[in-house]
Design a protein around this ligand. Sequence first.
Ligand code: HEM
Length: 69
Amino acid sequence: MRAFPQKEDFVKYMSTWVKNPKKETSIMLGDVKKYELMPYLHYDLDSLKDIAAYIYETDFSQEHKGHID
Ligand code: HEM
């Protein structure tokens, strides 16, 4: 969210990166070093955009307070 404050940029970056996870294009190199590169997932780009938009719109600090409306 700090790297891509605008929803459009966030969704574009996250969906295309997760479609093709690579060390070279990661902005979380500390985590790559600690956990290794995340696995390739068999989601199509549109699904990854939906997931990214959901992540952008959800306040995960509000956990245990309920469900998606
Ligand atoms: C729909 C599911 C997932 C989404 C949307 C997602 C998204 C992401 C994103 C956006 C990053 C940051 C990349 C960067 O900016 O450098 C990342 C990193 C990471 N993810 Fe995932 N991920 C998913 C599933 C998984 C799964 C299933 C695993 C492990 C089994 C995993 C493990 C990791 C790890 C270890 C990193 C940090 C290292 C790296 O950059 O590869 N992720 N993920």
